[in-house]
Design a protein around this ligand. Structure first.
Ligand SMILES: [Fe+2]
Length: 378
């Protein structure tokens, strides 16, 4: 794409596509360079939103201001409610950075009126309301959006957190469903592999030769971590067999919920796609609390777990589902409780995507390698 643009520097479409790609690859400085002219372009455009997103990644007060001005122009220029909502949601992000909470919340509400399904606007508004401990308002917002047919993973998570914040720990626990819907089992080696050890070695060698590995990805919950964005790149037979086996197990599990009445089960997609990535940590790496907002059911397969974790006495190296205290307070977190899962080499965890989870650094020798995945509504 760089070569193509060098040959045709006046091609705006090409410039935009390269900038979009670079934004996904954390190439923020290059996006700024590519789209520098947009800063002085008076009319709003998609390019200005891309530039605004790259500016917001810098976490610099002057850049936040520039990004806000770009978004404002994009809002004015938007020709559909959907585009306007997207620009408003990004403008609100800039305002939140600048400490202008109330105007940001107003913009986010406007964005949701324009496009009730805009998940970025919901995410930012809910977070702002959580910070204000406005749990009742969050429940109202969720109910309003559901009333107009919106359904996504963030809504379910927000309702559960707000209920916990209001002290209804039983209902929150039931909505998260950790005691009911979390599966941890060992996965037998797929046909073609004589035993688990051979399968593990084949997977590990595929991970070590994957060329999409990146350290400390921007905008993720991973800390001191290597991530592989696309484990299926390179068509490795072991990885392909693993992903196919996971898809089968998840589909069987989803089908087994036919008779269950629960809001999460009600949101079960008819058709789904599996998206996977890999998380590799040494002793100091871990994941902060997060959910998987794009998935319906998520999970991880442990390609390799150090023995000291598999047989360990404490939570080091473990995976935990619960509720972060920062969102709804310590009492809410305690009320929901934690489910700690001790991974084993070759074990598979499945959990509802709206469930908050984290991992603990294992502090020892060796690597913990996990193939993580989301099963997302198609
Ligand atoms: Fe996760």
């Amino acid at each position: 794409m760089r070569q193509a643009l060098a040959a045709r520097p006046g091609n705006h479409d090409l410039r935009l596509r390269l900038a979009g790609l670079l934004l996904e690859l954390d190439g923020f400085a290059e996006v700024r360079e590519l789209l520098a002219d947009e800063l002085s372009t008076p009319s709003g455009s998609a390019a200005q939103l891309l530039l605004a997103a790259a500016l917001l990644a810098a976490r610099d007060a002057a850049d936040d201001k520039r990004a806000e001005a770009l978004c404002e122009r994009a809002v004015q220029a938007a020709t559909s409610g959907r585009d306007r909502a997207g620009a408003l949601a990004l403008q609100a992000k800039a305002l939140l950075r600048m400490g202008q909470t109330r105007p940001a919340e107003d913009l986010l509400r406007s964005a949701l009126r324009e496009d009730p399904g805009n998940t970025a606007a919901f995410k930012r508004l809910a977070l702002s309301l959580f910070q204000a401990r406005a749990f009742g308002e969050i429940l109202e917002l969720v109910a309003q959006l559901e009333a107009v047919g919106v359904s996504h993973t963030r809504l379910l998570a927000a309702r559960a957190v707000a209920l916990a914040g209001l002290g209804d720990h039983d209902e929150a626990r039931s909505l998260f469903g950790y005691d009911r819907f979390v599966v941890h089992q060992s996965l037998p080696p797929p046909s073609g592999w004589s035993d688990s050890a051979a399968f593990t070695l084949a997977l590990e060698s595929a991970i070590d030769t994957n060329r999409t590995s990146r350290r400390n990805r921007f905008g993720t919950s991973s800390r001191q971590t290597w991530r592989i964005d696309d484990p299926l790149a390179g068509d490795n037979p072991a990885i392909s067999a693993l992903v196919a086996a996971i898809a089968d197990i998840a589909a069987d599990y989803a089908a087994s919920l036919d008779e269950v009445t629960h809001p999460w089960v009600r949101a079960r997609p008819q058709d789904a796609v599996l998206r996977s990535w890999c998380v590799i940590v040494e002793g100091d790496g871990w994941e902060e609390w997060h959910t998987h907002p794009h998935g319906w059911i998520s999970g991880g397969y442990y390609i390799r777990v150090p023995d000291a974790v598999a047989d360990g006495p404490d939570e080091a190296g473990c995976f935990a589902l619960g509720l972060p205290g920062g969102l709804a307070g310590a009492a809410a977190a305690e009320g929901v409780g934690q489910l700690v899962i001790r991974p084993q080499t070759g074990s598979l965890v499945l959990f509802p995507s709206h469930g908050y989870h984290r991992t603990y650094p294992h502090r020892g020798e060796g690597r913990r390698i996990c193939l993580a995945f989301d099963i997302c509504p198609a």
